[in-house]
Every structure is written in structure tokens, then in C-alpha cells.
Design a protein around this ligand. Sequence first.
Ligand SMILES: Nc1nc2c(ncn2[C@@H]2O[C@H](COP(=O)(O)OP(=O)(O)OP(=O)(O)O)[C@@H](O)[C@H]2O)c(=O)[nH]1
Ligand SMILES: [Mg+2]
Length: 259
Amino acid sequence: MSQRYYTIFMLGTAGSGKTVLTRTLLDWFSEKKLNVATLNLDAGVKRLPYNPDIDVRDMVSIDNLTEKLNLGPNGAMIASMDLIATKIAELKDEIDYIRPEYLLIDTPGQIELFAYRSSGRLISSIIAEESQPVSIFLIDPSLVLRPEGFSSILLLSVSVAFQLSLPQLVSISKQDIIEKEQMERLESWMDSPDTLISDIQSSGQVSLSQQLGISIIEILEQYKMTGELIPISASTGYNIDTIIGLMEREWGVRDDFYE
Ligand SMILES: Nc1nc2c(ncn2[C@@H]2O[C@H](COP(=O)(O)OP(=O)(O)OP(=O)(O)O)[C@@H](O)[C@H]2O)c(=O)[nH]1
Ligand SMILES: [Mg+2]
């Protein structure tokens, strides 16, 4: 199968910054005059800060599904994803028609919907199979204030990579609002799992959940899954060049590709 374009999947928990990052990366590639297109997979989003080239909202209407099938908001999102999966050939045709070199994919806020349900996995695998894919898993800084939160989200990122079988870069979003002390703490946890373990131990009596947290970190460490964590800001552009450089490394593109 020909590897004719690069895909970048924006992943992360609800509100972690996937949509704003899509816009920032779109600007980055556009400024370099590269052939970039955007694909919005979030059928439930009301407003986007960019004009998607391909938009699943043109294929499914959440409001219609909610009304016709008498569903709640999550049920309607599940139904919309299933419906999109049945129209995957149409989606592929649209990509083929545009023929982008870089395709930025904005995914729905409910990560479990995309990564854990077969329809989401089918959509991502079919898009990824004819391209060179990479995913950016965004960690919202407000979820990783405590060592337990940090290890849980890291575990989620690994679980999502395992589910989707996509190469993954892990990034902390919204760097511009992270306090200096929190950033130092995050860096120390990332640099040394031992620090993370001792912070979990010192956050009270060693309870069952602390033991579990420690075991999780040891497993992540054992399988070398605690790679590099890149703080980025889609708002200020902080480390956007760095994350692009890491994607290029993943794709095997020359270091001087954009010079
Ligand atoms: N300060 C700051 N805020 C950000 C940044 N990126 C996103 N935000 C804000 O975070 C909120 C959520 O951003 P979105 O890009 O919509 O997040 P999302 O992951 O697409 O959200 P859902 O699709 O609803 O799950 C918005 O209020 C953004 O303005 C950033 O780099 N810095
Ligand atoms: Mg979004």
C-alpha cells in the first residue's frame, strides 16, 4: 500500500485542547506553504476555530439522531460514530479527492468513544492504513496536579495507544497556564519514576490505591512506556516546532526538511 500522506490524530480527554491544536498546526503547515487539510471527526461540536476541509457534521446530524432515536447526548454520539463508520468509503473518497500531504484529524472529546468502541477504531485504522500516521495525546494540566492523577493519565495514554495501534507522542497542553512549580514537579516525575513513587507514598498513609499507583508506574517503567513528555501551548505556539520535529522523526523525514 502506498504511503502517500501523513496523518496527525489529535487525541486526549475532553477539553484537553485538541481543536485549538488542530488550528495551530493548520496555521503552521499553511505558513510553510505545505499541502495541509483538516478532518473534523467530532459530530457534536458546535463551533470550530478553523474551517474543516472534511467534516463529519456534513454526514451525520447529532440533532436528528437525538430526536429520531430518542437518545441522550452520549447515546447520540455513539450512534453518530457508528453511522460514520458505515460511511467510511465516502470519507476516504473525500480524502483522496483533496489529496493532502498532511491531514490533521480532530477527534471527539469523549476519548472512550473514539479509542474503545469498534466504530472509532475502524475509522482510525482505515484512515491510518494508507498514510503514515502519528498521534498526539494531549494531557490537560489540570488533571495532573497530583501524582495519582499523573500516573492515571499516563496509563490512559498507553491504553489509548494500545487500542488504536498508532505511534503516539504525549504532550502536556496549555503550557502557558502551568505554574512554574507544577511544571518542575511534572518534569521531576517524568525524569524519575522513583520521585513519582515517593510522592505517591508521601501523599498519606500507604493505602490500596497508593499501592496500585506504584504498581502502575512500575509497569509503565518496565515496558519503557514513560517516554518524553513535551509541554506545548497551542495558544502561544510554545514547543510547536519541537512537536513537529518529533513527528518528522517518527515519519523518518529528514531533519532539514523544512529549511
Ligand atoms: N491557555 C490555553 N488554553 C487553551 C490552549 N489550548 C486550548 N485551550 C482552551 O481549552 C479549552 C478547550 O480547548 P479545545 O481545543 O476546544 O479542547 P478539545 O480537546 O478540542 O475539547 P473537546 O473537543 O470538547 O473535547 C478552550 O477554552 C481553549 O481555549 C492553550 O494552549 N492555552
Ligand atoms: Mg474539540
